[in-house]
Design a protein around this ligand. Structure first.
Ligand code: SAM
Length: 216
């Protein structure tokens, strides 16, 4: 995967960010054992950004689409207000089992409910409203996730879409894979969608923040 920000600057930005708790450092180290898949983990910089946003928004409920080993879920759960809940969707039994072990080891694990199965089915079963939604799963479904979660977004809530720059492949016209096309389509739709206000951040692989306009 090409880096959006040069690796040395990415490392510098992470090192200049508040360290994550020891358990999350351990989760990140253990996830490395999964090999290539470990690149899916958000890591210190983006994990602390998610934690920061949740700390500001104080949502009663969070929805995460794409749990993996639980790093980002734990980053967000730590900043939930008293009584807050986080629902995280995961389709891989192996990933769900690792994540649940990590949740069980965390003082914040009891705030998290792991929803096993295809995320679109889980979302249909959940009422919301969600004050924060983090989308970080199969890219081909990003447009569908957007339409499924927007009606369940709380007043003043935010959706964050990860990997919206897709290692720069969004600019490569020769790339017509389903994932790249879906990300391009979502990015174009969001920028012209009058229901929402949007800002795309060039953090890591690109993170788009979306909030609904008051009139919608
Ligand atoms: C990029 S990883 C998530 C990384 C995680 N947010 C973190 O920061 O550690 C994407 C995860 O989404 C899961 N996934 C893929 N398609 C899914 C679907 N349709 N429903 C639920 N989970 C899915 C994958 O198994 C994988 O564990």
């Amino acid at each position: 995967m090409d880096e959006i920000v040069p690796a040395a600057l990415e490392d510098y930005a992470a090192a200049s960010t508040t360290p994550e708790p020891a358990l999350l450092q351990q989760v990140a180290r253990e996830t490395e054992a999964l090999g290539d898949r470990a690149r899916m983990l958000t890591g210190r910089l983006e994990g602390r950004l998610l934690n920061f946003l949740v700390g500001l928004l104080q949502p009663a409920q969070i929805l995460e689409i794409g749990c993996f080993t639980g790093y980002s879920a734990l980053s967000m759960a730590e900043a939930l207000p008293e009584g807050g809940r986080l629902y995280t969707c995961e389709i891989s039994r192996e990933h769900a089992d690792i994540a649940q072990r990590n949740f069980d080891a965390s003082p914040f694990g009891d705030r998290i409910q792991l929803c096993f199965g295809p995320a679109l089915d889980t979302i249909a079963d959940l009422d919301g409203p969600f004050g924060f939604v983090f989308v970080d799963a199969d890219k081909a479904n990003y447009p569908a996730y957007y339409e499924a979660v927007l009606p369940k977004l709380a007043e003043g809530g935010l959706i964050a879409f990860d990997n919206v720059l897709w290692s720069g492949r969004v600019l490569d016209d020769a790339d017509q894979t389903a994932d790249t096309k879906a990300i391009r389509a979502l990015n174009a739709q969001l920028a012209r969608d009058e229901r929402v206000e949007v800002v795309m951040l060039t953090v890591r692989d690109g993170l788009t923040l979306v909030r609904r306009r008051a009139s919608h």
